[in-house]
Design a protein around this ligand. Structure first.
Ligand code: GLY
Ligand code: MN
Ligand code: MN
Length: 447
């Protein structure tokens, strides 16, 4: 559990980085209708959550470092900004139908903000809150309705009589500075992410133990979701992928409607959302518990490429260097097996391997499964730093129509782990789920 004091510290750190006279606005998520009086499970906006830890819809966070810095006080002191939370008011009738609300009266104590107001007062309050600021920061392009509200407040200021008010002349995207913060995880975030990973590892083991020919892919999904929920992770971090046989070659397959067949591999890509944070694990295993020779050969190729890529994913290393290594190993193996032909150099240069490994090696992981943060800085691949969490997920996918020997067709393999970059190198957060052929077969032998 991340303490409220950490959310306050994040707001302070953010405001300390912005020039004096800055206002910041961040909106919460809203409920999404799924038709007549029902809604999809609420999913909070991850930027809003990162700054507040508040999990209700229809809320806005406002921060200003104007008033408190105008007197020359230290902008990095604990009092470096003024914050206002706009939220839903307490309302007995609404709470009987939809659940309890924090309410305006409780918000300051619960969320450590300076002021709280009703969300219905936002539109009227906004011009005065932005008045006299030099710049306003918000997440550009994320929500047209929110932007319209801000632009209309600016228009109110610009059209004030005799220029009695002053609108910010500068509109700045909040994403670069906020997302750079989110990219480096705190000790508390790492604890929560380890828990998301642990729950997800148990879920993958549970699915391996349940799998056998005749079981439906959606039943394995059920086993996964059962483990998530029973461990306190109410929702998956993304739609669970269970692809058996050639279905594993569909990268974001979520139909999950086929029955497992004897001799098939099963690819499961599933991760829990625990306290807002995602895990993202893929394992590929045989439906009957024993890899065939062809499956084992390709599996070990993917595994080697992952293990060697991970050695590069340490402070100072880059995604590009690790990808090059994984590609070199996959290409070398595919040439040896006759799946690719020609020299390693030509295959790498002509990207022939893209026919079999058509996605990236990995991505940032955090509140979003594909988390925020820049991959390049000034066009250059950025060196990894301690505190970053990322996935490492090479794969080989050979569809039925591939121009290869029949024995390779219908095999899709991905192996995906989550790693934390540390001073010493990296830590695999998802090491608890079997990954070698021997370990997978040993677990499945217990069925
Ligand atoms: N689960 C989506 C991904 O691996 O990126
Ligand atoms: Mn995944
Ligand atoms: Mn992933």
């Amino acid at each position: 559990m991340i303490p409220q004091s950490e959310y306050l510290q994040r707001r302070q750190r953010l405001m300390a980085q912005l020039p004096q006279g800055s206002a910041v606005l961040v909106a919460s998520g809203v409920n999404q209708s799924r038709g007549n009086d029902t809604e999809f499970p609420f999913s909070q906006d991850s930027d809003f959550y990162y700054l507040t830890g508040f999990n209700e819809p229809n809320a806005w966070l406002y921060m200003s470092n104007f008033a408190l810095n105008a007197d020359g006080s230290d902008p990095s002191s604990s009092q470096n900004h003024h914050s206002v939370l706009f939220c839903q008011p307490k309302d007995k009738a609404m709470e009987i139908w939809h659940g309890l609300r924090l309410g305006v009266e409780q918000a300051c104590d619960a969320l450590l903000v300076d002021e709280a107001m009703e969300i219905d007062d936002l539109e009227e309050a906004l011009p005065e809150l932005l008045n006299n600021h030099a710049q306003v920061y918000f997440l550009l392009g994320s929500n047209g309705d929110d932007e319209a509200l801000i632009f209309s407040a600016l228009q109110v200021l610009r059209s004030a009589p005799k220029q009695s008010k002053s609108a910010p002349s500068c509109i700045v995207d909040l994403a670069p500075v906020l997302h750079e913060m989110r990219l480096i995880k705190s000790a508390a975030e790492i604890q929560v992410m380890q828990k998301a990973a642990d729950i997800s590892c148990e879920a993958h083991k549970r699915a391996m133990l349940y799998a056998k020919p005749g079981v439906y892919e959606y039943q394995l999904e059920g086993e996964i979701l059962h483990e998530f929920v029973m461990s306190g992770a109410r929702t998956p971090a993304y739609n669970t992928i269970v692809g058996s046989g050639v279905n594993a070659c569909i990268l974001h397959y979520t139909n999950n409607h086929s029955a497992l067949k004897d001799g098939d591999l099963v690819l499961i890509d599933a991760g829990a959302n625990y306290q807002g944070y995602a895990a993202d694990i893929t394992r590929t295993f045989p439906a009957n518990g024993k890899f065939t020779e062809e499956q084992a050969t390709l599996y070990n190729l993917v595994l080697q490429s992952q293990l060697q890529a991970m050695e590069i994913l340490v402070p100072g290393g880059t995604f590009k260097q690790a990808t090059d290594k994984a590609v070199e190993i996959i290409c070398t193996g595919l040439i040896e097996l006759g799946i690719l032909s020609g020299s390693l150099e030509d295959n790498v240069k002509n990207m022939t391997w893209r026919a079999f490994f058509m996605h990236g090696l990995g991505h940032w992981l955090g509140l979003n499964v594909h988390d925020v943060g820049m991959y390049k800085i000034n066009g250059e691949d950025r060196p990894l730093q301690p505190g970053m969490v990322l996935t490492v997920e090479p794969g080989i996918y050979i569809d039925h129509d591939a121009d290869v020997e029949d024995k390779w067709k219908g095999i899709g393999i991905r192996i995906e782990d989550n790693i934390l970059i540390t001073e010493q190198g990296n830590v695999v957060l998802t090491a608890a789920v079997p990954k070698t052929i021997a370990d997978i077969e040993a677990l499945m032998a217990q069925r």
